[in-house]
Design a protein around this ligand. Structure first.
Ligand code: F0G
Length: 460
């Protein structure tokens, strides 16, 4: 008789070593907020109780990954740790060249130093902030082409991360010469952690082929994306996750990657690609800033942790638990009446701050106001993904972002269900007094990536 599934999807691991958390009071949190100019990136992490700032590099490693750390070989060139890393990458993403980097943005920096520059245009479903910044830093233009469904937080659609293929076709028809490559971010982080379907990747590839453009994946959350394909895309339910990943990779000519997300490592990334000439150019750039191409800014032990993490992140029990644990938080907030992006993404729940705080104009930064309130209320650190992050244009003018979201990103294998129950209580308490939350104004800011260091003050 077949095993009947249980209703409760448990964490497919037990806890092996623990890290104590420091309880804080509202008074200390309020003082800490004022001291850092209401910028949550500037807080001491010890003043944070539940840290949902990011799922990047914040996950818990497995016993096998720690064993890999011990096996790490620190040879400057040709380390066996590099070969194990490259084999693990190639098993899923069989590109001809794999260049390790210290994290994802280093791969972006190398790639766009090679193909960017003034006059160039790089389309994507939605560029992540570092990708956009690395493109703009070269003088090129970063263009977002999400499907319209992806910009409506309350609209349910299985693949809100898809690219608007007709818009891509229009862009290429008008300006093909300016486009060196097309990107797809899987899952679409800035658009709510929403997946991209295989059908969409195929359609984008077909347009790329017609215009002779290579397709690159920003594949940070490829395993979560593959799980959504398996569970949502017609005809894919019976496919092993690894087959889906290889199919995604097979449609692309290269990838940028942060190993700090799905590969369950605390640091690392890579650039992988097929084109020999471009690879040669990128390898030379890599040596300038990252290091020799068999370590690329990483210790051998880090390469081992990534190789093992890659084997673990495609396991179905893990992905089932991972995606279910995000939906658990999302469903609880939704039934408490908190406006959230639906359906729930793979790594985070996104609160629609513009809908929750309709009394605030986008230029009063509703996302920042909400993120600060969540911290003051219960020590929960989240991240504004909205007008603070995306509203400042390269020419110094300011416009509202497409959406004002607050992201509750869930570190992998780190928090338990009762931690999440606590987060639900904190968010619902803040939601109860949402109408009274003051907006924010910017006191000082840098010209690029302002969300990391800008200082704010509440509007009273
Ligand atoms: N691309 C995407 C889609 C990302 O989400 C990130 C990082 C990067 C590229 C850059 O990778 O951090 O290793 O340099 N996202 C993190 C986040 C920081 O919080 O979402 P990195």
């Amino acid at each position: 008789m077949a095993d009947e599934p249980f209703r409760t999807i448990i964490e497919p691991f037990r806890i092996h070593s623990v890290e104590p958390m420091r309880m804080t009071t509202r008074a200390t949190r309020t003082a800490a907020l004022a001291a850092v100019g209401y910028n949550l990136f500037e807080l001491h992490a010890e003043d944070v109780l539940i840290d949902l700032l990011t799922d990047s590099g914040t996950g818990a490693m497995s016993a096998e990954q720690w064993a890999g750390i011990q096996r790490g070989n620190e040879a400057y060139a040709g380390s066996p740790s590099f070969h194990r890393f490259r084999d693990a990458v190639s098993a899923l993403f069989p590109f001809r060249h794999v260049l390790p980097t210290h994290q994802g943005r280093a791969a972006e920096k190398i790639l766009f130093s090679a193909v960017g520059g003034p006059g160039q245009i790089i389309p994507n479903n939605t560029h992540f902030d570092t990708t956009r910044a690395n493109i703009e830093f070269t003088g090129a233009q970063a263009v977002d082409l999400p499907v319209p469904e992806g910009l409506q937080p309350s609209l349910r659609h299985p693949f809100k991360g898809n690219m608007d293929v007709a818009a891509l076709e229009r862009l290429l028809t008008e300006q093909a010469d300016a486009v060196p490559l097309v990107m797809l971010t899987v899952t679409n982080n800035s658009g709510g952690g929403q997946p991209v379907s295989l059908a969409n990747i195929r359609a984008v590839r077909e347009v790329c082929d017609r215009f002779g453009k290579p397709l690159f994946l920003d594949a940070c959350r490829f395993a979560e994306n593959a799980w959504f394909i398996k569970t949502r895309e017609p005809g894919c339910a019976g496919l092993p996750i690894t087959d889906i990943v290889r199919e995604m990779a097979g449609l692309a000519a290269g990838m940028t990657m942060s190993a700090k997300k799905d590969p369950l490592a605390n640091i690392g990334g890579w650039l992988a690609l097929d084109d020999d000439t471009l690879a040669e150019q990128c390898r030379n750039l890599e040596i300038l800033t990252e290091g020799f191409p068999t370590y690329g800014g990483l210790a051998g032990r880090d390469l081992e942790a990534i190789a093992q993490g890659l084997r673990e992140c495609v396991l179905e029990d893990y992905l089932r638990y991972r995606v279910r644990s995000i939906a658990y938080l999302g469903e609880a907030l939704e039934s408490a009446g908190v406006p959230v992006v639906v359906p729930f993404g793979g790594h985070a729940v996104f609160i629609d701050a513009r809908a929750m705080l309709p009394h605030l104009d986008p230029l009063q930064y509703p996302g920042q106001a909400l993120a600060c309130a969540l911290y003051a209320e219960g020590g929960v650190r989240s991240c504004e993904i909205g007008t603070v992050m995306f509203g400042l244009r390269p020419d110094g003018t300011e416009v509202p972002a497409a959406m004002d979201l607050v992201r509750l990103a869930i570190p992998r294998r780190t928090y338990t269900q009762s931690h999440i129950d606590y987060v639900i209580e904190v968010v619902t308490r803040v939601a109860d007094r949402a109408a009274k939350l003051p907006g924010m104004r910017i006191v000082s800011q840098p010209r690029q990536l302002r969300h990391f260091t800008a200082r704010f003050a509440p509007l009273h």
